[in-house]
Design a protein around this ligand. Structure first.
Ligand code: GLU
Length: 510
C-alpha cells in the first residue's frame, strides 16, 4: 500500500431501495477504511436522471446509519471535497470530456437513436449483436469519419451528440484485483462507451472515474457486476494522465440465492419469506411494500454480522463479531472470489444470538411497547423476570409475546391433544384440591411454592406426572413453556388459582 491516506467510497445510484448486497459493499468499504485509519465516503451517483427514484437517497442514508456505517464525508455528512451528489457536480465533468477529445482518446458521435436502433435490429436479424466499437466505428457518423468542418458545423448548430471513448485496438489490459488476483481483458472485446451527452451530463463511467480521482480515492471496493467496467476505467485514468494516483480495485463476490444457484433477488425473498433490503421500502409508484430487516425485527448487529460473513471469513471458525472485531480482523485478501450463498435460516440464528446477548432490562424495554399495543399493562420488574424466563425460546423480540402472552392474559383455549392425553377422569377433582391448597400458601415465591407443593403431593401420594401437565394447560393453554413454578409465581396467586378453576369448569372429560 502506498503512503497515501486510505480513502474509499460507497457510490450507490438512487434507483430504488438499497439491496443487502449494496449494504455489504458499504460495510466492506467501511471496515477497510477503519482498519487502515482511512476515510469512508458516501457519493450519490445520480447522473442517470431517468432511473432516479424519489426517496431512494434518504433510504440509503438511513440504512447506513441503522447499520452503524456512518460516512466521514458525503451527502448528508459534510466534507471538503464535495459536493458528493453527482447531479450537483455537472459543471465539473465537461472539461475532462473535452480533454479526452483533445488527446484523441474520445470522439463525438452523431448517430441518432433511431439509426442505432436500426443497426441493432439489422444485426439481430442476422443473429449478431450490434456494438459501437473499433470494428464498426469507422462506418458510423462520428468525428473520426466526418470532416472536421462538418463536425464543427454540427456542434455549432446544436446537433445532439454523445462523446464516446475511443477504445484502443486489440490491447491487453491487465490488473491485479485485490480479491481476484490478475485479471486480463482484451480491448478488442470492448465497446466505445458513451462518456458524455450533449445535455451536459456525464455517464456513470466518466463521472465515476473523475470523482474517484478528485475525491482522492485510493481503493475501489465494489460488486462483481462492475468488474467488466474495470478495463475502461483503467484506460480512462491513463488517458486523463492519472495513472500514478489511480485507485486499486477489489471486486466483491455475488451474493447467491439460498439454493446456491444464481444471484439473490428480491423475488427470492418474496418467495421464501425473508427480506433482501435493510429497511422496509414503499415503492413510490406502485405503492408496493418490500420488507426490511429492521422492520422484520433483526438487530443491526445481527444484520451486519451476517453480511460480513457473506464472502469473507477471519481465517478461523469465528462466526460472531462485534463491529470492532470486524474492523480488527478484516482483510480484503480473505474475501473469496466465488459467490457467497445466503442462508435465511442462518440469518435468524444470528439474530437469536444477539437477542440472547441483550440484558433482561434491554429486552424488557423492547417488549414494553408490544405489551402496550396488546393493551396489557405490566410492571417493568415483572416484565424483566418474564423475559429472563422465555428469551431462550426466541429469535426475535416479537416472539416474546408468542412465548409469554399467558403471563399477561389467561388462555382462551386449551390444546386439544394434550387434553386427550392428560386429562383423566379424576383430573378435575385433583385440580380442585390443588387450587384449594395453593390458596393456603402465604409466601408466593417459586421455590417456596415448589417445596410446599412437593410436600402436599407426597402426603397425597399423587405423582407429579399426573398433575403437572394439567396445571400447565390451565395456566398456559399449551403443554410447553418455562418452569411451572416460575410461571405460578409470575402469574400470581389469585390469578393462578382462578385459571385452574376455569380450566376445571371448561374442560370436561368423557
Ligand atoms: N453507481 C454504481 C452503483 O450503483 C457504483 C459502482 C462503483 O462503485 O464504481 O453500484
Amino acid at each position: 500500500m502506498s503512503d497515501r491516506k486510505v480513502r474509499v467510497r460507497f457510490a450507490p445510484s438512487p434507483t430504488g431501495p438499497l439491496h443487502m448486497g449494496g449494504v455489504r459493499t458499504a460495510l466492506f468499504n467501511y471496515l477497510f477504511a477503519r482498519k487502515h485509519g482511512g476515510d469512508f465516503l458516501l457519493r450519490i451517483e445520480d447522473t442517470d436522471q431517468n432511473r432516479y427514484v424519489p426517496g431512494a437517497e434518504d433510504y440509503i442514508i438511513e440504512s447506513l446509519k441503522w447499520c452503524g456505517l456512518v460516512p466521514d464525508e458525503g451527502v448528508g455528512f459534510g466534507g471538503d471535497l464535495g459536493p458528493y451528489r453527482q447531479s450537483e457536480r455537472k459543471a465539473i465533468y465537461k472539461q475532462y470530456a473535452d480533454q479526452l477529445i483533445a488527446s484523441g482518446d474520445a470522439y463525438y458521435a452523431f448517430d441518432t437513436p433511431e439509426e442505432l436502433d436500426q443497426l441493432r435490429k439489422t444485426a439481430e436479424e442476422n443473429q449478431r449483436v450490434f456494438s459501437y466499437d473499433q470494428h464498426t466505428r469507422n462506418g458510423l457518423k462520428n468525428s473520426l469519419t466526418l470532416s472536421p468542418e462538418e463536425v464543427k458545423q454540427r456542434l455549432e448548430s446544436g446537433d445532439p451528440y454523445v462523446i464516446r471513448f475511443r477504445m484502443p485496438e486489440n490491447t491487453n489490459v491487465t490488473e491485479e484485483d485485490l480479491i481476484r488476483g490478475s485479471v486480463t481483458f482484451n480491448t478488442a472485446q470492448l465497446d466505445d462507451k458513451v462518456l458524455f451527452k450533449s445535455d451536459g451530463m456525464p455517464t456513470y463511467h466518466l463521472a465515476n472515474v473523475v470523482d474517484d480521482h478528485l475525491m482522492l480515492i485510493t481503493h475501489v471496493i465494489r460488486g462483481e457486476e462492475w468488474l467488466s467496467s474495470m478495463p475502461l476505467h483503467i484506460l480512462l485514468y491513463r488517458a486523463l494522465g492519472w495513472e500514478d494516483t489511480r485507485p486499486r480495485f477489489a471486486h466483491l463476490p455475488l451474493i447467491l440465492k439460498p439454493t446456491g444457484k444464481g444471484k439473490l433477488s428480491k423475488r427470492d425473498g418474496d418467495k421464501m419469506g425473508f427480506p433482501v433490503f435493510p429497511l422496509l421500502w414503499k415503492d413510490p409508484e406502485s405503492g408496493e411494500y418490500s420488507r426490511g430487516y429492521r422492520e422484520d425485527g433483526y438487530f443491526p448487529e445481527a444484520f451486519v454480522n451476517l453480511l460480513a460473513l457473506l464472502g469473507w471469513n477471519a481465517g478461523n471458525d469465528q462466526e460472531f463479531f462485534t463491529m470492532q472485531e470486524l474492523i480488527d480482523s478484516f482483510d480484503l485478501s480473505r474475501v473469496v472470489k466465488s459467490g457467497a450463498r445466503f442462508d435465511p435460516e442462518k440469518a435468524k440464528w444470528f439474530n437469536r444470538h444477539y437477542l440472547q446477548q441483550k440484558s433482561d432490562a434491554e429486552l424488557a424495554s423492547l417488549f414494553m411497547p408490544i405489551l402496550n399495543e396488546k393493551g396489557v399493562g405490566a410492571d417493568v420488574t415483572k416484565v424483566e423476570a418474564i423475559v429472563a424466563l422465555i428469551k431462550d425460546r426466541c429469535e426475535f423480540v416479537s416472539e416474546l409475546w408468542d412465548q409469554g402472552n399467558f403471563f399477561f392474559v389467561a388462555p382462551k383455549s386449551y390444546d386439544e391433544k394434550t387434553i386427550q392425553k392428560k386429562w383423566k377422569p379424576d383430573t378435575n377433582e385433583k385440580l380442585q384440591e390443588i387450587a384449594a391448597f395453593l390458596g393456603t400458601l402465604t409466601d408466593w415465591k417459586a421455590e417456596v411454592i415448589k417445596e410446599k407443593f412437593s410436600a402436599f403431593m407426597e402426603a397425597k401420594e399423587w405423582s407429579f406426572g399426573v398433575v403437572m401437565v394439567p396445571i400447565r394447560l390451565a395456566l398456559v393453554g399449551a403443554s410447553s413453556g418455562p418452569d411451572l413454578f416460575a410461571i405460578l409465581e409470575l402469574v400470581g396467586q389469585a390469578e393462578s388459582i382462578n385459571r385452574i378453576k376455569t380450566a376445571v369448569a371448561k374442560i370436561k372429560t368423557a
